[in-house]
Design a binder for this molecule. Sequence first.
Ligand code: ZN
Ligand code: MN
Length: 155
Amino acid sequence: MNPPGDRLEAMLGWLRHAGCRITPQRLEILKVLAVSEGHPSAETIHQRVAAHFPTMSLATVYKTLAVLKTAGQVLELEFSDRDNRYDGNRPEPHPHCICQGCGAILDPDLTSLDALASLAARQTGFHIQSLRLDFYGLCPACQARRAAASGNKPA
Ligand code: ZN
Ligand code: MN
């Protein structure tokens, strides 16, 4: 995880560069994105910010995300069957563990990823520029819930 303060400064810089006015609402959106706890959806970001700024619109969240995406300052995880999710803490492409029970998304720290990318490049002749790697399964909390529901102790 990147220090959230560093990410906040970087995103602020890019928004200013793009000519966006830094309103208190926008700053709050950036704060949520700088931590990106659980990889929030636009809807979730809106809910968290609206707790402090009830008048803020969802459109403002989408506009801010669009600017940051263009600048490569937020990573968008697109899904066909659920809301897109965002990572402003680690904007560079990286693998994710995605829970099929509750939708939790975590960042595993994989050291062998560079080797895997080189292998893919060697085998195909591709010049690799980006990646999308998702591991699907059940998070610990969902495993425990499932075990409890079936009367067993969690593994
Ligand atoms: Zn889960
Ligand atoms: Mn991530």
